[in-house]
Design a protein around this ligand. Structure first.
Ligand code: FES
Length: 169
């Protein structure tokens, strides 16, 4: 006994004209929709990262260096407010010091101080920040470098908790 291949098509095929072999095929439209949705979701997570995982807030002042340790144009690296957050203390002039986060606001590469240009340079994607106030001068960084207030106590240089308003995003 053999089965005939000339059976009439079931009535439901008229309502759902999709062959079984095509059920798992991804159309260009579906792929574009998936790609757009994924990109939107990724963008939303990236934008809200700081809201979901806010950086630790400094609470205590910290002694970073003595004045004699830094010549004009010199710098000292330190971590603040936690051991995982690199910062940089720079000496802009005989009487002027400034402290910034050393993490670029683009993708967190460490920035380098260039005293002659009074700039911070991020070698990862050619980002530049002003050493005067941390503002972005060039490149992809979206926000200024976070700046910490500095206080000179006798010969000692201290970094204070409250971020300076000029460098806040
Ligand atoms: S990580 Fe600094 S410019 Fe991209």
């Amino acid at each position: 006994m053999s089965l005939s291949t000339n059976h009439p098509a079931p009535a439901c095929n008229a309502d759902y004209p999709i062959r079984q072999s095509e059920e798992h095929r991804v159309t260009r439209r579906q792929f574009a929709k998936f790609t757009c949705c994924s990109a939107l979701a990724f963008g939303a997570v990236a934008l809200s990262k700081d809201k979901l995982f806010p950086p630790p807030i400094a609470k205590e002042p910290m002694r970073v260096a003595s004045q004699s340790e830094l010549k004009v144009g010199g710098y000292k690296l330190f971590n603040y407010p936690t051991a995982n957050q690199p910062c940089i203390l720079i000496r802009l002039s005989e009487t002027e010091f400034a402290a910034y986060s050393q993490s670029c606001t683009h993708l967190q590469c460490p920035v380098h101080y260039q005293h002659e240009a009074k700039k911070f340079y991020c070698p990862c994607h050619e980002g530049f920040f002003s050493a005067d106030d941390g503002r972005v001068l060039a490149g992809p960084p979206p926000r200024p470098l976070p700046r910490y207030p500095v206080e000179i106590r006798g010969q000692e240089i201290w970094v204070l908790p409250a971020p300076a308003k000029t460098a806040q995003a």
